[in-house]
Design a protein around this ligand. Sequence first.
Ligand SMILES: Nc1ncnc2c1ncn2[C@@H]1O[C@H](COP(=O)(O)OP(=O)(O)OP(=O)(O)O)[C@@H](O)[C@H]1O
Length: 721
Amino acid sequence: MEAVVAAVRCRPMTTAEELSGQNHAITITPDSKQVIVSNERAFTLNHVYSGEATQNHIFEELVEPVINKVMLGFNACVMAYGQTGSGKTFTMGTEVKAASAGVVHNALQKIFVSSTDFEVHVSFLEIYKEEVLDLLSSGKRKLPVIDFKPKGLSLISVRDVDSALAVMEKGLGNRHVGATNANLHSSRSHAVFTIHYTKETTEGKFTSKLYLVDLAGCECVSDMSGNTKREGLMINKGLLQLGIVMSALSSPGQDHIPYRNSVLTSILKDTLSPQNFLVLIACISPLEVDTAMTLNSLQFASRVGNIKCNPEAGQVIKPRPPITTPFKLPGSYKKRVNTTIDTPGRQGKQQRPILRPLNKTIDSPRTPHVRGMTKQFWPTSTPFQNTAKPLFAEPTPIPKRNDAAKRRSSSEWDALDISTSTVVDNATQVKNQEEVNQTNIVPSSENETWLRSIIADVIREELKSHSTFLSQTHRQDGPSPTKKPRRSTRLANTQVDNSSFFNHEADATIVSSSPNHTNHVQLQPDSDDFKIPSLDSIRRSVRISLVGAGFSEASETAKPPQQSQQLEQTTGNRNVCLDTSETRVPVRRSTRLSVVPRPVYTESPKMDKSLLNARKPKVTKKAARMSTRLSILPNATPEVAQKNLNDLVLDILKLGDLKKLQSLPTIGPKTAVVISNHRLLHGPIRSFKDLKNIQGLSANFTKRFLWANNIVLEGDDEDDE
Ligand SMILES: Nc1ncnc2c1ncn2[C@@H]1O[C@H](COP(=O)(O)OP(=O)(O)OP(=O)(O)O)[C@@H](O)[C@H]1O
């Protein structure tokens, strides 16, 4: 069977057409498979059918071979194209009265009769005015087209032909149908009935689809009007784009197929591809008056006949293999993946797997306790074969903060800093770290190690105050002490300080080569009376010990820069330069600003409170506009200006429209209407006193109006007022 079949079916003339003496313009020559229009144009197609061709004959020749392919897993489409009233719906059987005879009925029967162990689902949609409507859903839901597919389309499982036809008839009841010049029951939409065929085979399960498309008739919209014309325009648009897609498919070497240009082609993209089978039935009218439309349909069919398809077997859906890990992790790495690090600030995400290469430095500002953990922790030599013994113990899970019994103070969290361990000697640090990480730390005289770690922490803090000198030691191009460094530089310096302090080999030696710092603190735990010293007392003791060891006290370090630039101190057998200048320590901007002395006003200027109580003259916008108009009067004396103002306002009252009237103060929209109506009924307003006679205005309106508009009356008017 050919992958693409283009056929033509000419409907017979109706009795009415014969009686009216219409001329027959179509000649069918089945032997040569030609259609001749008005003895002038001949088209050769794969199959040609005259008015005598029966539904069964058409089905057996055109559709049955395709259904056999569908049942093997291929996708296919059978499409009826033609002018309105040419017999598309009749051929497809997508009409209630013809349902038992058309392509849809025969296709369903063929599938249910000749197949076993299968499932059939059907869907039915229409494209009306470039919108997709689900004909099988209650209320004809509009469906969005996403990725060339209608989203949320109803898919109904059917067990036999009757149930499938019942579903189709339900959908047909929802289809848009109207009357046109050529057809009293004209389809005003493109209908797509899809049979989803699913079969279980020894190789797996596949689902193939058969699209049965009844296109709306292309029609001449020039003699149409109203909604029918709009429908016709939309129909023609979809069909035009379908023709363009067919042309693109039939042109060799065409890469871009413009499926997106219309909803119809978007929906049919799935089936209009060279991988599928396609049968086009061009339905034509035999009448001479329809020659133009007939030629159009035949040209379309010829174009489709030129499409070269290479159908591929349906997508056999094999059972899914079990989900496996995409790659295998080396043993040491896998172990590390399971390691979790907790951050005090992230209580919601306690367990975070660390997935980092071994040679990467963990230096996240959000995980301060691991800052500075560098290559020492995860050696770089052989990234995935960590044979070298790590300098520090791997971080063990840190207890949850929400557990009150295990809650730690901020200094304890700092004590958990991996880098803290650098201060004490390597032999004890792993042990210390483990003990510190234990969740239930009960300080006791026996738990001296825990105390040692706290003390180490305090020592670290104390030494941190001197860390600037270390950054200076390691940074040759350090920032000038006189110039405040940029914020980014300051931050960088802070990091350098920490890392250089805790990770630089020389510094580590300085610390470790000195007598064990923890021993400087004279702790003599008595087994009976021993009490946990407070952090402050530890800090004090540490300071004293550090001063004894040659470090200067922080209070003494606040010397002018020129004096305290470099203080040579000796620690053990190493020379250490202590830059104790406090001025280098970056100070937060908010802190700096807070210490800036603010001007103090001892004497506030006395204010004349009577000024506050004085009522400001109320100048409305309208009044301002009025006075602006008056201001253009040149050199007017006060009397003349007043007279001009009176005349101006009176003119507006006499002749002004609603908008003009509202431009006057105290006249709003309602009052303007009242005045306007009064003028219509009783003639123009001659003077301000006429305002009193206007029905609908309040008693004191005239007074308010005159005051607000700065009208000063003279003579008779004034007396009246
Ligand atoms: N081959 C045929 N044999 C007998 N009657 C036919 C044939 N083709 C069409 N008709 C009759 O012609 C009329 C119009 O046909 P149909 O409604 O199928 O046209 P259509 O192309 O679907 O029109 P529209 O696009 O407006 O929906 C119907 O009454 C139908 O019964």
